[in-house]
Design a binder for this molecule. Structure first.
Ligand code: ARG
Length: 472
């Protein structure tokens, strides 16, 4: 059967090679549940508005539910068709006969696929938002346990200033919070129902989009059918939120990959998340984080791919849009996979306070605190900066750490040095003294953690409120 061909389009025959090339069924059978839910709403609306007889609407409804049950049981074999929409209609015709011919009244695959995709994106975004907000909560909880551990922060991958591990953890929590906000924006972009705009210009049949909207739990209906059938912005938004999450996850991964090297030695991974080498018996590799980082390439590629597909298309529907499927359908599993392994891994990363402290001392990371202590005594910052730099240089020449600098040595560099200024060289003091908002100072970190919690909670609730397909 070839549903999408009439005599006008050249009769029923489609070359098998052409069907194989153009079919999206291999991928979009993953949208079967979304497609069935959309069809159930559509047929209910058709029955209620009198576009089709109520008895036929019921027969179609029962047939669709039967397909759902067989899909759940794993016994549904979809016929070879151009896409899942056709396959469902053909299978429905095979099982319920004549009434199946009424299902597609006042509908096109163009508004149908747009509806399926929004249902899909809505569910993927809600599931990811829920898991991401949990992860943020776990980062916050871990940060609360790690306020006492001090390690170097880095700029240009050179040791910069002492920070608490809580500060490092909350830096990623803050980035992931923005990703959670981006996912909430995706949900906003899925608020309007495409179904009912038909192929491009609507329908003269007396449908009521409001009924379908209520059944599918959307907040409104789309504004313009020509825009609706060519719109994949909601999908682009999901791919962008995903790509950005992965960019953050890849940076977290690189930090952990570096921190667990013998060179840094700041952290170690438990045996159940580290991989061995097939040849080198001593290896304990951070493959998990490398894979998260590697998969970020796919996420970024998916966004680029879909942007490129949509760019320059003429208005309305074009079959090019079917190429959204691979990247979009990959996104849910990609997000789920990365989020779940990161959540598993976090409690299995242990930090080594001594090695972190050694990194601070070797790195002269208190130099800025030294300059600021001179500033507090009234020295202009640029002069204090030079004086601190000179002392670092002197210590380096003599093979000393900053903490080993004597008062005499400091005063030989600049007479403004005194015992009080040198007292800031204890690294934990450098963290404790930070007072500005958003800093590594304990009070600022606590305020940040509270803000993260406060902003995370409503996003988690938002995710929980999104209707599930099975509840529609
Ligand atoms: N398989 C198509 C897609 O996914 C469905 C829409 C086809 N529409 C059409 N006019 N040929 O985009």
């Amino acid at each position: 059967m070839a549903l999408a061909k009439t005599d006008a389009s050249g009769g029923s025959g489609l070359l098998p090679e052409v069907l194989a090339f153009s079919s999206s069924l291999a991928l979009d059978r993953q949208l079967l549940r979304e497609d069935l839910v959309g069809s159930l709403a559509h047929v209910t609306m058709l029955g209620r508005t009198g576009v089709i007889p109520v008895a036929d609407a019921r027969a179609i409804r029962d047939g669709l539910i039967d397909l759902w049950r067989r899909a759940d049981a794993g016994t549904l074999e979809l016929p070879d068709e151009e896409d899942v929409h056709m396959a469902v209609e053909v299978e429905l015709n095979r099982t319920i006969g004549a009434p199946a011919a009424l299902l597609h009244s006042a509908r096109s695959r163009n508004d149908q696929v747009a509806t399926d995709l929004r249902l899909h994106v809505r569910e993927v975004a809600a599931a990811a938002l829920s898991e991401l907000t949990d992860f943020i909560g776990e980062l916050v909880a871990r940060a609360r346990q790690e306020t006492g551990l001090i390690l170097p922060s880095y700029t240009h991958r050179q040791r910069a200033q002492p920070v608490s591990l809580a500060y490092w953890l909350s830096s990623y929590a803050a980035a992931f919070l923005r990703d959670a906000q981006a996912l909430a924006f995706v949900l906003d972009q899925c608020r309007l129902l495409p179904l009912g705009v038909g192929a491009i210009s609507g329908t003269s049949l007396p449908i009521d989009r409001e009924i379908s909207r209520q059944l599918l739990d959307f907040e409104g209906v789309t504004l313009n059918g020509m825009d609706t059938v060519g719109d994949r912005d909601f999908a682009l938004d999901l791919l962008y939120a995903t790509a950005r999450f992965f960019v953050h996850a890849s940076r977290l991964s690189t930090d952990l990959i570096d921190f667990t090297t013998q060179e840094f030695g700041f952290a170690s991974l438990s045996g159940d998340i580290s991989m061995g080498s097939s040849m080198m018996p001593q290896k304990k590799n951070p493959d998990l984080f490398e894979l998260v980082r590697g998969k970020s390439g796919r996420a970024v590629g998916n966004l680029m791919g879909l942007l490129t597909t949509v760019k320059g298309l003429p208005g309305g529907y074009n079959r090019d849009l079917q190429e959204d499927r691979a990247s979009l359908l990959e996104t849910g599993p990609l997000l789920r996979g990365a989020l779940s392994v990161l959540r598993l891994a976090l409690p299995r990363v242990t930090f080594n306070p001594e090695r972190c402290r050694a990194g601070l001392e070797e790195g002269f990371t208190q130099a800025t605190d030294l300059a600021e202590a001179l500033v507090k005594k009234g020295m202009p910052f640029r002069k204090a900066y030079m004086a601190a730099g000179a002392l670092v240089r002197r210590c380096q020449e003599q093979g000393l750490s900053l903490r080993e600098a004597t008062l005499a040595l400091a005063q030989s560099v600049d007479p403004a040095y005194d015992a009080q200024v040198l007292s800031v060289l204890e690294p934990s003091g450098a963290v404790a003294r930070k007072a500005s908002a958003g800093s590594t100072g304990p009070a600022a970190v606590e305020a940040t953690l509270r803000a993260l919690e406060a902003q995370r909670a409503p996003l988690a609730e938002r995710a929980a409120r999104v209707p599930k397909l099975t509840a529609l």
